[in-house]
Design a binder for this molecule. Sequence first.
Ligand code: NAD
Length: 499
Amino acid sequence: MQELTHYLNGEHVKGTSGRFADIYNPATGEVQAKAPLASAEELNKAVEIATAAQPAWGAVNPQRRARVMMKFVHLLNENMDKLAEAISREHGKTFPDAKGDVQRGLEVVEYCIGAPELLKGEFTDSAGPGIDMYSMRQPLGVSAGITPFNFPAMIPMWMFAPAIACGNAFILKPSERDPSCPLLLAELMEEAGLPKGILQVVNGDKEAVDAILDHPGIASVGFVGSTPIAEYIYGRGCSNGKRVQCFGGAKNHMIVMPDADMDQAADALVGAGYGAAGERCMAISVAVPVGDETADRLIDKLKPRIEKLKVGPYTAGDDVDFGPVVTAAAKEKILGLVQSGIDQGAELVVDGRDFKLQGYEDGFFVGPHLFDRATPDMDIYQQEIFGPVLTTVRAGSYEEALKLAMDHEMGNGTAIFTRDGDAARNFANRVNVGMIGVNVPIPVPLAYHTFGGWKKSAFGDLNQHGPDSFKFYTKTKTVTARWPSGIKDGGEFNFKAMD
Ligand code: NAD
């Protein structure tokens, strides 16, 4: 049994708390490794190391810090297969999808190479007589990040790349389900030239998280995960005086207008609903066809596509569409919600409950499910299922469809499929959701834009990556400078003999 470590001050360090989390192979259900769960003392040690290392790193000029990012991009590309394998092995997602996980994080690192440009302050010449005013962006000190299981490469990089490019030290507390890839990332950052102690990985659960939230030496906390934990971390972190941004769960609606290309909409829904077994915060989990005729046409197109999906372990090759879910508990929760949908009267059009894979009977596989005629009062509509379950809610009109997306408490992403520019424009303008797709089902913004939901999908005021991240990981200092006249007017410049 492999025992994973923490990564402190440039070294793999064994856990000392005596507590461990089981890491499963989701395809077989077997425990393949264990991750140490840090105590508050272990977290304190990491903060001590980070606090000692940060001032020197913060004083390194931004261009040199950017060069570490350049080298890191090179190493990410060189180690792409190894990183993706570490993800697939513990998370269960397919190998090409795991590479996408690394790739989308890598793009944020590329963006951070622009640190010298992004950290340039503002300057006003002659703000008053003989007065100049300028502002600079300075690092916060020690930052921490708490990340979810579903993107073990991308989301840690969303946080630590800008934090470190801005001159901070960073402590990463990754998900205890799949920490191997984050540990590899920390090693690669050092190989790229990052000084020891600037990026550390502390594995753990609530105990380590609470120690982060209460430690006076940690200036900022970034969190991505489920909404109840996001809300908790935001409250406790803020009340301890930290800068906090928390991103939570989702229930993303895709509106399908009567004029949409139905093949295109069905293809998009299948990819966005079932990719990564639905374990994406930007997955589409609710389809909202407008009008019964649209709904009938959409279901007709969806059903055969979903029935053809290939579910299997990542080792079975690139034609697998999605893998197992992450744990037995996740599988149980998903199947429980499917049962509630049936009990509450939704129509189960594709039933994946009996899905079994020969040779992998104990794996956490869940077959694809499609519900039709769900209503907003049902649990399958209100709750985030985070599994391969697509729920269809039929809307009588565009306004009704828009209202559904607006009234849901989650507001991460949403999409509209239509050929009508006016409908698309109206939707994008009015809907109270953070990221909108127009004929794009998973509208994840690229690295140089920012990522963040609205309503219960995010807590805090700045988004992740893009220009917002450089604001989140720095504080502004503004200098007003006046130099009274000196040597220039009254000085004596000529060489004279002493009298
Ligand atoms: P989770 O909330 O269970 O865990 C996230 C992190 O919080 C982990 O590091 C975990 O160790 C820690 N944690 C768990 N319980 C805790 C507790 N009681 N106190 C303190 N810390 C705790 O989430 P998950 O299951 O790993 O990830 C899935 C969730 O993340 C989904 O809800 C998904 O929508 C969301 N997500 C959101 C985004 C986004 O950007 N909005 C992106 C990816 C995932």
